[in-house]
Design a protein around this ligand. Sequence first.
Ligand code: UDP
Length: 329
Amino acid sequence: MKVLVLGGAGYIGSHTVKALCEENIDVVVADNLVTGHIEAVDSRAKFYKGDIRDINFLDDLFSKEKIDAVIHFAAYSLVGESVTDPLKYYDNNLCGTKVLLESMVKNNVDKIVFSSTAATYGEPENIPILESDRTEPTNPYGETKLSMEKMFKWTANAHGLRFVSLRYFNACGADESGKIGEAHNPETHLIPIILQVPNGQREFVSIFGNDYPTKDGTCIRDYIHVTDLAQAHILAVKYLMNGGNSDIFNLGNGVGFSVREVIETARKVTGHPIPVKDVERRAGDPAQLIASSEKAKKVLGWKPEHDSLEEIIASAWNWHKNHPNGYTH
Ligand code: UDP
């Protein structure tokens, strides 16, 4: 089996590439390296530099490589940036996916697994969140991901393609080797920001809002280890290879932690006091996001293996303390 990983030099992409290689699956990676890092790509994978908005690049790649299934991570993913620059998100996430689907249909590649997000739900109507719950994104990032899901659905109907959409909750942690991990610039995610304090790059963590209707007033999220996400992609590819129908799955641990609890756990893991400051709420943050992943467990046979917050933060710390500037030397 040969799998093409688009955006395989990014955070979740690079962990999935490594997991695929470890199962001796043939892996081809394509990435434009705008936000991805070539150093993150496993040396066992074959690498092509290119952009999914470039139909000639994709047609050429599909004619050179006999691809059985595609895993699609090639998208922008910063919520705040999507609000200030929505067209950048429509261009890459939606227009890019449209070109990709065109090329897949033309080249008879009919299976795709792709990154979606809890941001497709917006303000949740129930906790834990089910795949069948209302989807009303509160930012262009979530909106483009939801539109991508719909593009897949209608293209699948028309052209006999099958897809799996994986709606991640809060991806975090790093590979146990300590060689690959999260490296965004700018960094906006809570755990890497917290770890910048013991790394001497930041004096304190700003807590965005302390008056949410939660146990300690701070937002609650479902933190899921990137290695568990990587495994879900492999299971989803196998599901499609075995004839599974197009479907959508949540991926989370089903347990929520508040911002204060995450900081407290990071203090324990790093031995650093990590000072905090309570500041205003960040626009568009729902109070609570917790996944029901029962469907992924039942249909895909997925089981998160690294579900302790302490283990998640310890793996992230193992990466960040040795790579304070990510992949740049
Ligand atoms: N957060 C925070 N301070 C920060 C970064 C994040 O208090 O410097 C909070 C944020 O408001 C949210 C949670 O941490 O409630 C997780 O945020 P992140 O950006 O990591 O992921 P999101 O849930 O937005 O996808």
